[in-house]
Design a protein around this ligand. Structure first.
Ligand code: BES
Ligand code: ZN
Length: 886
């Protein structure tokens, strides 16, 4: 059984942080692996914490779901009266004031562990997941990130079941026991680390290997472990790893520190991947890739996740977090680093566009609803609920804003200082910011508010040109909408990058009225309202604001359709050119929804299609960029823009209508592009080839929406002619989405092809769950008892339930509430098994208050059904409480 709430769970608060009275600086583990009874012998070197100001007192060690077999202190067994065991702690009343050794033997049951925290088995492989608080399910410990220890780990297992035995650091010794029946290995990690970075793996795994020569000439052994027979699918991940290692040396001067770097791919994993020191563990869907089995999106994700986890070696591992409130210190910073890496490896503009799309989709919607929280939260009940888009994506935006405000040189100097000063430490956001202040001489006090204050600021701008004076004025007002528990907001320090474009399409030099230039075009907004004045402007320009999305805000400026068309045609900042197209599309979609609401017909959309047509045909623009120009805002994007009284069905209709209008208006251009982008020659996952496929597939979407007979034929042929998973999966999704006479055959065919591949088959589950048709709810229910589905596999739950709740707004938000019931049933069934995933699924309700009244009513009923359950996990309890109250 998992930990469940008995009384109301108690929140943890940032302001209560204090160093622990004790610390543990050395850990010796002997782990004897058995499916149901793994024996963990831990020898802990405990001492008084020199940083603590309080007296020693009783020693409280964290521990959950452990069976304590033995306990001794300095080799003397403890009497039963001298310690207490609860379901979350081991308490020893009296311990020496001098350093001592605590020896513990605990028994754990990996096979029964379906929460996938601590030690568990995934398709026969023993593995661990300790972040955030999983180590306490392996042995009793001070399971907090500011307790850093050196680990030596001896692992023993049945030699046939687990010939491969891995842990962090360097291999010291390995061999056989018991006349070859048992294998053992000893690993030693020279770097002190918090328990959440501990990892252990045992199993019958295959591997591929390679080497990397670091900038100082050291040769690193690289190895990826995975299921037998899948070796050829790991080469892309290996390639990405080497590119990431080189990039971190070049861009940040960071060299790898151990002699070995290992990655293990496992099937059952709550997250995408984990940065355990020297032994990263990955969800296998983010390692395995081949032309036949992985989409370009997956190739790209593998590259960025491999890089992300590798980058943690410096931002997370060498410098870790003092406490879990500082999570953005490692995650936001590391996301920033992986975004920069992907931008350098691919197209920086397209990378930025997709990061911004993702930020808006996930983080802005979180910030606008009951689950809004600051990048550095001040309180939590279950820390697993705070691995959010706000901590990650907005956290990355804050680092990006610092880089924008300081400029590249001072930013790098601040990073260098951070690495130098805090190496080996458990740091805070304040420590991080202080490095940039010192390196640049700038005051970032007001900037700190970004970390403490939730919500997405609005920047209300208006621009006026004075022909007589040849000057212009930009008024900027920052409005900070209230969020749950936080009504009064302080003004933020916002970098606002701007450009001014002359009527002939030229970039005008931005001169303030006092004659000073604006460095990199970045204005700094610090007050609630500003007026910026510019001079020497010969004719009325069009402002291009928030270039590169220089701050995570909602910008509004009263540009006319003509202005947007002008920007789409001329803006030299390609990010903003895309932004103009996106704004135009959104404006059109909102107008279409409003006419549908009023029961009127509208044919708006032709102008938008014509505005982007030139870009679509512009050969100077990369295909991947043109694909972004063509891709419409999603239905969820439109719902977020509307914010109130949302009817997902009307949005869906408006969305289809616009796609159809585009296909009707610029059909010949699209048809030509479809042919032109057809792949010839061998497959390559590189960005340029992927971009051509992306453009061709986006075009296919538009043309298929038109729904003519020829369009359906093209779509069916696209599916059957596909020679790679990008094309196959895209057309399968489209067939399910649109529903054509060919849909059923394709679904059956895909199943036949991929039923034996547990990674690829998830595409089949998701495609069906996303179909916006009335039969989907019943189908998804049926699929939850399909032999290839398993509630114990997070990937399956995400593919089926997650895809339904997040990517099928029409059916999830059915007026009869059947979509909500389905998800709530699954959440409640899952909660006793895997509360972390159950809570994530429940969070798909986070925008329920923006719905129209009837659906709100249905959603409330569904949520109340969860809230009434007496034995909820802390995870689900916290989410349901916040969602209902906020
Ligand atoms: N440290 C996290 C993994 C993690 C998160 C473990 C929550 C335990 C609880 C890892 O570095 C991470 O951030 N992974 C992301 C992918 C990344 C590219 C953003 C993930 O797993 O989604
Ligand atoms: Zn991370």
């Amino acid at each position: 059984m998992q930990s469940t709430k008995r009384d109301t769970p108690r929140p943890v608060r940032l302001k209560d942080y204090k160093p622990h009275a004790y610390t543990i600086d050395k850990v010796d583990l002997k782990v004897s692996l058995h499916t149901r009874q793994t024996r963990v012998a831990a020898s802990l070197h405990v001492k008084r914490n020199p940083l603590s100001v309080v007296e020693g007192g009783p020693l409280h060690l964290d521990g959950e779901l452990l069976q304590l077999e033995h306990i001794s202190l300095d080799r003397a067994p403890l009497s039963r009266a001298s310690y207490r065991v609860t379901d979350s702690e081991l308490v020893i009343d009296r311990v020496p004031s001098a350093p001592f050794t605590l020896d513990l033997v605990t028994i754990v049951d990996p096979e029964a562990n379906k929460a996938l925290q601590g030690l568990y088995r995934s398709r026969g492989i023993y593995c661990t997941q300790c972040e955030a608080q999983g180590f306490r399910r392996i042995t009793y410990f001070l399971d907090r990130p500011d307790v850093l220890a050196r680990y030596t780990v001896r692992i023993e297992a049945d030699a046939e079941e687990a010939p491969v035995l891995l842990s962090n650091g360097n291999l010291v010794e390995r061999g056989m026991l018991d006349r070859g029946r048992r294998a053992y290995a000893v690993w030693k990690d020279p770097f002190p680390k918090p328990a959440y970075l501990f990892a252990l793996v045992g199993g019958d795994l295959s591997s591929i290997s390679s080497t990397f020569r670091t900038m100082s000439g050291r040769e690193i052994d690289l190895r990826i472990y995975l299921e037998h027979g899948k070796e050829s699918r790991a080469h892309w991940a290996m390639d990405a790893l080497k590119r990431a290692m080189r990039w971190d040396e070049k861009r940040f001067g960071r060299e790898y520190d151990l002699d070995h770097f290992k990655i293990v791919a496992v099937s059952d994993f709550n997250m995408g991947a984990m940065e355990n020191k020297g032994l990263n563990i990955f969800n296998d869907r983010l390692i395995l890739a081949s032309r036949e089995t992985a989409t370009d999106t997956i190739f790209e994700a593998i590259e960025s996740v491999v890089a992300h986890e590798y980058f943690h070696n410096w931002t997370g591992n060498r410098i870790t977090c003092r406490d879990w409130f500082q999570l953005c210190l490692k995650e936001g910073l590391t996301v920033f680093r992986d975004q920069e890496f992907s931008g350098d490896e691919r197209s920086a503009t397209v990378q930025r566009i997709s990061d911004v799309r993702q930020l808006r989709a996930l983080q802005f919607s979180e910030d606008a609803g009951p689950l809004a929280h600051p990048v550095r939260p001040e309180t939590y009940i279950e820390i697993n609920n705070f691995y959010t888009a706000t901590v990650y994506e907005k956290g990355a935006e804050l680092v990006r804003m610092i880089a924008t405000l300081l400029g590249a040189k001072d930013f790098r100097a601040g990073m260098d200082l951070y690495f130098e000063r805090h190496d080996g430490q458990a740091a805070t956001v304040e420590d991080f910011i202080a490095c940039f202040e010192e390196a640049s001489g700038r005051d970032l006090k007001q900037f700190m508010t970004w970390y403490r204050q939730a919500g997405t600021p609005q920047l209300l701008c208006s621009f006026a040109y004075d022909k007589a004076r040849k000057s212009a004025e930009l008024k900027v007002e920052q409005v900070l909408p209230p969020t749950p528990g936080e009504t009064r907001k302080k003004p933020l320090h916002i970098p606002l990058r701007l450009g001014l474009i002359s009527p002939s399409g030229r970039e005008i030099e931005v001169l303030r009225d006092d004659g000073t230039t604006v460095r990199d075009g970045v204005l700094e907004v610090t007050e609630r309202s500003h007026v910026f004045r510019f001079r020497d402007i010969p004719s009325r320009p069009v402002p291009s604001l928030l270039r590169g999305f220089s701050a995570p805000v909602n910008l509004s400026i009263d540009l006319s359709d003509r202005d947007l068309e002008f920007l789409i045609a001329t803006d030299g900042d390609l990010f903003n050119r895309w932004q103009a197209a996106n704004t135009y599309a959104m404006r059109t979609l909102v107008a279409l929804v409003r006419s549908l609401t009023a029961g009127k017909r509208s044919t708006r959309g032709g102008a938008y299609a014509r505005a982007i047509e030139a870009s679509l045909r512009d050969r100077k623009l990369e295909p991947s960029y043109r694909a972004e120009m063509l891709r419409l805002p999603t239905e969820a994007d439109v719902a977020r823009e509307l914010a109130h009284d949302v009817d997902p069905l009307l949005i869906h209709r408006a969305h289809r209508q616009l796609a159809r209008l585009i296909a009707n208006t610029v059909g010949p251009t699209l048809e030509r592009l479809y042919d032109e982008m057809t792949g010839h020659g061998p497959f390559s996952p590189d960005a340029a080839s992927a971009g051509r496929r992306a453009l061709r597939n986006t075009v296919l979407t538009m043309l298929s929406m038109r729904g003519g007979k020829a369009d359906h034929t093209r779509l069916a042929q696209h599916y059957s002619a596909a020679t790679n998973m990008t094309d196959q999966a895209h057309s399968l999704n489209l067939l399910c989405h649109i529903g054509t006479p060919d849909t059923a055959a394709a679904v059956a065919h895909f199943y036949d092809c991929w039923k034996d591949d547990h990674v690829v088959i998830d595409t089949w589950f998701a495609a069906q769950a996303q179909a916006p048709i009335d039969t989907t709810v019943a189908l998804v229910r049926d699929l939850t008892v399909h032999p290839l589905y398993a509630m114990t596999s997070p990937n399956k739950v995400r593919a089926l339930i997650g895809a339904f709740a997040l990517n099928n707004p029409v059916q999830f938000n059915r007026p009869d509430g059947a979509g909500y019931s389905l998800v709530v049933d699954q959440v409640l069934a899952l909660d006793p098994i895997n509360p972390q995933i159950a809570a994530r699924m429940l969070a798909s309700f986070r925008s329920w208050r923006s719905l129209e009244a009837h659906r709100q009513q249905q959603a409330r009923k569904a949520l109340q059904r969860v809230a009434r359950v007496p034995s909820l996990s802390r995870d689900v309890y916290e989410i349901v409480t916040r969602i209902l109250e906020g």
